[in-house]
Ligand binder design. Structure first.
Ligand code: NCD
Length: 319
């Protein structure tokens, strides 16, 4: 029987979908060494020296782009950032042309963010190097789910058996989708909580329990993951007003009382303070892991860049 040659037998990271639980855990384990390096003074390792990383961002981003740029540079890669206004790009042929251009420039890793779900798959099929998904439409944002899992694992010591409530605009959220896949794979008990208009139909098929009552969904949760209200993806009609949304689904200190006494509060950023989360909760150093999530993001992205380029760097056993 042929066995997998190494613990991560994938060419690309287009999503959490299709990853085995041990493959997810392997990436989290790999990230640990980079947390230590990043906390030191000289934050450098040269394993990607001579390799070119292209960050192709077709949709606005500050923290994810910066995080991938820092991750690439800390591993010694040459990093090029390409911003493309989404409006100037026509889907289909143009996207494939862009992919062929990046390929002809002999990129060694391509990180893509795109407003269209599935755009990353399209590009991954056309190029010769590893492609990492930095968020495609409402589809997936795998490195966000990995950094969230790493944050939970470090703060709580485990993921298995934890009650995680993912709250808010689940419908428009690639972060929710990737997190549901990762956390259920790692045996967490996942709930999604939000207004009926912002919960995808038949979401239970992903192995989660859906709640429209925020208090009921928070009850006894070990982790409360808030999502940004994605107003740019709504043509209106999903929520009456940000104020009403806050009254019903905003995480306030009183609301948080419903969760477990030591519940961890998370948010992928950027936050709408006073809408999905109140500032006093977001800034509560004991409960909130929001800043730590950003730190874990760099470490996780370093791990992904390292692991996905092992074959092309000729690391023994990784061909
Ligand atoms: C998330 C995204 O872009 O999907 N943010 C991020 O990666 N920094 C979440 C969001 O935009 O709400």
């Amino acid at each position: 029987m042929p066995t997998d040659p190494h613990p991560f037998p994938h060419r690309h990271l287009t999503g959490i979908y299709g990853l085995q639980p041990w493959e997810i855990s392997f990436l989290l384990d790999e990230a640990e060494q980079w947390i230590a390096l990043n906390r030191g003074t000289a934050k450098h390792d040269d394993r990607l020296a001579g390799l070119t990383l292209i960050n192709a961002f077709f949709e606005n981003s500050t923290r994810t782009l910066l995080s991938f740029e820092i991750a690439g540079k800390r591993l010694g890669a040459d990093v090029v950032n390409m911003h493309v206004a989404a409006s100037s790009v026509k889907k289909g042929e143009t996207l494939i042309d862009t992919a062929m251009t990046l390929n002809a420039m002999r990129a060694d890793m391509i990180v893509i963010r795109h407003e269209a779900s599935g755009a990353v798959h399209l590009i991954a099929d056309k190029v010769d190097c590893p492609v990492l998904n930095a968020g495609d439409g409402r589809h997936e944002h795998p490195t966000q789910a990995l950094l969230d899992a790493l944050t939970i694992r470090r703060r709580k010591g485990r993921i298995d058996g934890l009650r995680v409530a993912i709250c808010g605009d689940v419908l428009h959220s690639r972060v929710a989708r990737s997190n549901i896949l990762a956390l259920t794979a790692l045996n967490a008990e996942v709930r999604v909580v939000g207004p009926p208009t912002l919960l995808p139909p038949a979401i239970e098929r992903m192995g989660v329990t859906a709640y429209t009552d925020f208090d009921a969904g928070l009850d006894g949760a070990d982790v409360v993951m808030m999502l940004r209200l994605q107003r740019e993806r709504m043509a209106g009609g999903f929520v009456p007003s940000p104020r009403e949304y806050h009254a019903l689904y905003g995480l306030t200190p009183e609301r948080l009382e419903r969760a477990a006494p030591d519940a961890l509060v998370m948010h992928p950023g950027p936050m709408n303070r006073g809408v999905e989360i109140s500032s006093s909760v977001a800034d509560d150093a004991e409960r909130s892991a929001i800043i730590e999530q950003v730190e874990m993001g760099v470490a996780v992205r370093m791990a992904c860049l390292d692991v996905l380029t092992r074959a092309r760097r000729g690391v023994p056993g990784w061909n």
